[in-house]
Design a binder for this molecule. Structure first.
Ligand SMILES: CC(C)(COP(=O)(O)OP(=O)(O)OC[C@H]1O[C@@H](n2cnc3c(N)ncnc32)[C@H](O)[C@@H]1OP(=O)(O)O)[C@@H](O)C(=O)NCCC(=O)NCCS
Length: 168
């Protein structure tokens, strides 16, 4: 049995250590991290999963980003401890956080990941949305939390605090 709760300040380094364990070294060099630099994660959606002994088993964080004039949620990192993978915890974290996001009024979610895994949560390839390079376009996926939320949403994904360069 796993219990989900909102990540607290005290959880931060434990979650970082879990991500270090689960991802390849140098994860923070990934281009998606440039969208997170200097921006706080969305607290309501950053969840930790602990077992009955309070051992951290999994975690998920989200960041706000912009796609053109539209705000979106960037899902990730999400990770489950290697000894706890394949028990449905990743799905639990993703489904629960997406449900909270929808309740909070978020419209759309984007991530960089494996379509064979994320398609079960409704994620599909976003053909017209461009993540910072180098990102494999096949791995740029999105889900609409309200019908049509990705319709006519296209362009570069940028950090929330960055404003598009003026053409003039
Ligand atoms: C990806 C991850 C979060 C999934 O968590 P989990 O608790 O193991 O996943 P679930 O138990 O909900 O689902 C397991 C299923 O997903 C499949 N799966 C897991 N990762 C997958 C991937 N990258 N591509 C395709 N399928 C995948 C498993 O084969 C399993 O399939 P089954 O249901 O047919 O048996 C976890 O494996 C993990 O932390 N991986 C390392 C970090 C990572 O890659 N994070 C995602 C970055 S995009």
């Amino acid at each position: 049995m796993f219990h989900l709760s909102q990540e607290s300040e005290d959880d931060w380094w434990e979650v970082e250590a879990l991500y270090d364990l689960c991802f390849a070294p140098g994860r923070e060099a990934l281009s998606s991290y440039r969208l997170r630099d200097g921006v706080d994660p969305v607290a309501d959606l950053s969840l930790v999963a602990r077992d009955g002994d309070q051992i951290l088993a999994g975690a998920i964080r989200f960041w706000p980003v912009k796609v053109g004039d539209n705000t979106a949620l960037l899902l990730g990192p999400v990770a489950v401890h290697p000894t706890r993978q394949g028990e449905g915890l990743g799905a639990f974290l993703i489904r629960e956080s997406l449900s909270i996001a929808k309740d909070l009024g978020w419209d759309r979610v984007i991530l960089v990941g494996d379509a064979p895994y994320y398609s079960r949560f409704g994620f599909v390839k976003l053909d017209d949305v461009v993540m910072p390079p180098p990102t494999n376009p096949e791995r740029v996926l999105g889900v609409a939390l309200v019908d049509g939320a990705w319709t006519n949403v296209a362009g570069q994904v940028i950090r929330l605090s960055d404003t598009p360069k003026s053409m003039g």
